[in-house]
Design a protein around this ligand. Structure first.
Ligand SMILES: [Zn+2]
Length: 78
């Protein structure tokens, strides 16, 4: 089981899931591919949870999945 925390991407402002083991390392945003250093922010103090409990619009989740899929396909094409 991997512990994850979320951090807002400094470039696109969207939430990025980061493995706790990558804290302090440079990671790439899942949405815009911008690189930034994973840091302990407001969400990592005792609130690391296996699942996000914040209210998420299911439609938005689907959009995010589609975007990620599109990004992967684009990466393959290029
Ligand atoms: Zn980003």
């Amino acid at each position: 089981m991997s512990i994850r925390f979320t951090q807002s991407c400094p470039t696109c402002g969207r939430r990025v899931q980061i493995r706790a083991s990558l804290m302090g390392y440079t990671v790439a945003c899942q949405h815009c591919n911008a690189e930034f250093v994973a840091e302990c922010t407001d969400v990592c103090q005792g609130s690391v949870e296996p699942q996000a409990t914040e209210t998420v619009d299911p439609l938005m989740v689907r959009v995010e999945e589609a975007l990620q899929r599109a990004a992967k396909q684009k990466a393959v094409v290029n």
